[in-house]
Design a protein around this ligand. Structure first.
Ligand SMILES: [Ca+2]
Length: 144
């Protein structure tokens, strides 16, 4: 074995020994179009799930909450590379859930990653999905 081959073998061995978690990074997402600075912003980070985007009753990978303020930045720590989607809502009355009207449509502002929107129902995971790490900053626009 030549020195060059030995070095290459060592490099490959160390790369293979590297745990996948070492590539995990902090996923930052900015919430825009927050119309009122009262209440709480709720965020859910999902991997492919049929529960998407039900942040209250579903089982997301991670959840987060922070005070409602325009441009609020939330960070999900230790996110491995992969395909994800985020759902968010503004809990204006601070009752800890997304209020809905008589036809089941949200009566509090909601937002989805990838610019997905409600059209005759909530977006599917695939419509809101993005690849992490992302080359562009993640921004969610709330809409009522
Ligand atoms: Ca609420």
């Amino acid at each position: 074995m030549t020195m060059r081959h030995l070095l290459l073998s060592l490099l490959l061995a160390s790369a293979a020994a590297e745990p996948a978690a070492a590539q995990a990074s902090t996923l930052s997402v900015r919430i825009e179009n927050v119309s009122k600075t009262e209440g709480t912003l709720h965020l859910c980070l999902w991997q492919a799930s049929t529960d998407y985007p039900d942040c209250d009753a579903g089982e997301p990978l991670k959840r987060g909450a922070l005070p409602a303020v325009e441009g609020a930045l939330f960070e999900f720590d230790g996110i491995a590379p992969g395909r994800y989607a985020i759902s968010a809502y503004h809990d204006r009355d601070k009752d800890g859930r997304l209020d809905t009207n008589f036809v089941g449509a949200p009566s509090e502002p909601v937002g989805f990653s990838n610019g997905a929107r409600i059209r005759f129902g909530p977006p599917k995971f695939e419509q809101a999905a993005f690849e992490w790490p992302s080359a562009t900053p993640l921004v969610i626009q709330l809409t009522k």
